[in-house]
Ligand binder design. Structure first.
Ligand code: RB5
Length: 147
């Protein structure tokens, strides 16, 4: 898969760990940065990764900030993005199965490296279940259209 990744200054090291892990699984990673720990603004990276995923330039995205929250809120402002914060593997599986999340986010200050890798694997291995879940996703899209 082609996977877009972005972060903020709090998550440069974890981004590198996840990138190497994704490469080891055979995935192509598109890095939207940043790659230094100089203070930056997470909405920029949530936006650019969200836009890449929404435009089909990547199959899905991974966003990492301190908590995963701010950067996912930013990404969710991009039409077509369904970004979900995951701090455990069950949530990571369910956000694909039920919500067809096209981006997962987590916090470098919340999850350790091994859990982060397991979260990514749980998400990538899961499949969207469709059916009643698609109905609900269509309702979410309808909210976007109303704005
Ligand atoms: C940056 O200090 C921090 O606010 C950010 O990484 C993130 O946790 C925001 O949601």
């Amino acid at each position: 898969m082609k996977i877009a990744i972005g972060n903020d200054h709090s998550a440069v090291d974890l981004k590198q760990v996840i990138t190497e892990y994704l490469n080891s699984l055979g995935h192509e990673v598109i890095n939207f940065g940043p790659d230094t720990s100089e203070s930056c603004h997470y909405p920029e990276y949530g936006k650019i990764v969200g836009q890449a995923v929404a435009a089909g330039k990547a199959d899905c995205g991974i966003l990492i900030c301190g908590t995963g929250v701010g950067i996912s809120i930013a990404a969710n402002k991009v039409k077509g993005v369904r970004a979900a914060v995951c701090s455990d593997t069950a949530t990571a599986r369910l956000v694909k199965e039920h919500n067809n999340a096209n981006i997962i986010a987590f916090g470098a200050r919340i999850v350790g490296e091994e859990l982060a890798k397991d979260i990514v694997k749980s998400y990538l291995d899961a499949e969207f279940m469709g059916g009643r879940h698609q109905v609900r996703i269509d309702m979410i899209h309808a909210i976007e259209e109303e704005q």
